[in-house]
Design a protein around this ligand. Structure first.
Ligand code: ZN
Length: 69
């Protein structure tokens, strides 16, 4: 999920906004204003924990089960 940094033009608060939905609008955490300025991230976002979206795919514990499907 992309994380964007915004700066509120009203109160000057800088905060990170996690965009879960594309249509979601960032809102200032301080004063609740939508008057925000998108900040350029000066540092690279750490992506050291890549989560694979596999779901609950339970495999055979012994590895000898025939593959069904
Ligand atoms: Zn604000």
């Amino acid at each position: 999920m992309p994380v964007y940094t915004y700066k509120c033009k009203d109160c000057g608060l800088v905060f990170d906004f996690l965009m879960i939905k594309k249509t979601e609008k960032p809102k200032c955490k301080g004063c609740g204003s939508y008057n925000l300025e998108k900040q350029l991230t000066t540092f690279a976002v750490r992506m050291d924990n890549t989560n694979t979206t596999g779901g609950s795919n339970s495999s055979c514990p012994t590895g000898t089960c025939p593959i069904s499907g």
